[in-house]
Design a protein around this ligand. Structure first.
Ligand code: NAD
Ligand code: WQD
Length: 344
């Protein structure tokens, strides 16, 4: 065993896939989740894939005393990957205080306790949302941070600043900030995947639910953008590829290989894909038609963004490997599994 890693929000979409990759790499995983956007069945999925059941504590990371108890009962935690956060952009506009409280207090509590318990490494989930509409594409880590378009986006910017200020003040741990582009797909086993509550706000879950007949029709938000086919462009990154980057980040900090006390990496493929291209590729990869109509633009949407992942490629030795076709097929397999299980 390589040591214990605390994964907050580990029952969620990215956290569960990362827990699998950590266990595959020989780490002992302790998951904390309050199940506000996930369910405990995910822990079974992780166990089915890896043959190992991670420690799971159902609790709120905002509860500092409960958090302290987790450190007391799981001595020797070497690193933390903090996925616990609220992530719905639209909801954050309606309930800004909930978002600021949850996304900031969870991070502050963890950072408060890390020195006391000798935790060496912190990985933080940030987002390409910090770049807004970049002036230069593909966007690299040196690009300016743009004014946030939502309270959610602002929490990511503030959390990045909190980490930088604290680490440069001389705390005894290192941090890696990972800026995800658009994570999509599911584990190839279809034992875990993305399970949005209610009507999906993100593109791919809406696509798979439409293909399944759960939703009548997908609305494509705008075909009059300054892009080759007029629809918006994103960088869709496979979830297992993304999860693997977290293991590399943890390894790097624990092995003392960081080049700075805080490092920032883009996690994307480097390839921009339009909404219409994604629908086409999904249809080709699965043989299933997706009914869609073009509607007006969605307020606040970025026109086009994709990553320059060269820094992660070079420094982490990480590269997005899965094709978009296989990734979309994995999302469809997961959607079919949900139907088989009578979940959706
Ligand atoms: P998710 O909602 O599936 O996972 C987050 C998990 O954290 C959920 O299981 C939720 O129940 C839990 N949680 C939330 N608040 C908590 C709290 N106070 N205490 C304990 N558990 C709590 O989301 P995800 O897509 O897996 O995202 C993980 C992280 O990555 C988040 O920080 C998110 O902001 C960030 N991120 C996500 C995306 C994306 O498109 N999915 C993109 C960029 C960044
Ligand atoms: C992708 C594209 C839509 C739904 C959001 C957050 C961002 C980040 C990732 C966390 C866009 C179009 C979508 C639909 C559509 N999360 N679309 N019909 O907008 O890149 O970003 O998730 O940090 O902060 O804002 O992702 O999946 O919502 O949209 O046409 O029903 O699909 O307009 O062009 P987005 P998305």
């Amino acid at each position: 065993m390589k040591g214990k890693i605390l994964v907050t929000g580990g029952a969620g979409y990215i956290g569960s896939h990362t827990a699998v990759e950590l266990q595959n790499a020989g780490y002992e995983v302790v998951i904390i989740d309050n199940l506000s956007n996930s369910n405990a069945g995910v822990i079974d999925g992780i166990e089915k894939i890896t043959g190992i059941r991670p420690v799971f504590v159902e609790m709120d990371v905002q509860d500092k005393e409960a958090l302290r108890k987790v450190f007391e009962e799981n001595k020797g935690i070497k690193g933390i990957i903090n996925f616990a956060a609220s992530k719905a952009v639209g909801e954050s506009v309606q309930k800004p205080l909930l978002y600021y409280r949850n996304n900031l207090v969870t991070l502050l509590n963890l950072m408060d306790l890390m020195p006391e318990y000798g935790v060496e490494a912190l990985v933080f989930s940030s987002s390409c949302t910090v770049y807004g509409q970049p002036d230069v594409l593909p966007v690299d880590e040196q690009a300016p941070i743009k004014p946030a378009l939502s309270p959610y986006g602002n929490t990511k910017q503030i959390c990045e600043e909190i980490i930088k200020d604290a680490v440069y003040s001389g705390v005894p741990y290192k941090s890696i900030i990972l800026r995800y582009f658009n994570p999509v797909g599911a584990h190839p086993s279809a034992e875990i995947g993305e399970l949005p509550l209610g009507v999906p706000q993100n593109l791919l879950p809406y696509v798979t639910q439409t293909a399944m007949g759960i939703r009548q029709e997908l609305s494509v938000y705008g075909d009059d953008y300054d892009t080759p086919d007029g629809s918006c462009i994103r960088d869709y990154i496979n979830i297992v590829d993304l999860a693997k980057a977290h293991v590399i980040a943890v390894n790097r900090m624990i092995a003392g290989q960081s080049k700075d006390n805080v490092e920032v990496f883009n996690l994307g493929t480097g390839r921009g894909v339009s909404v219409l291209e994604l629908i086409n590729t999904f249809e080709k990869a699965t043989g299933v038609k997706v009914k869609y109509k073009i509607v007006g633009r969605r307020e606040g949407d970025i026109e086009k963004v994709w990553a320059n992942p060269a820094h992660a490629n070079k420094e982490l030795g990480w590269i997005a490997e899965e094709s978009l076709e296989d990734t979309l097929a994995s999302a469809w397999k997961w959607q079919q599994k949900l139907r088989e299980r009578g979940i959706m």
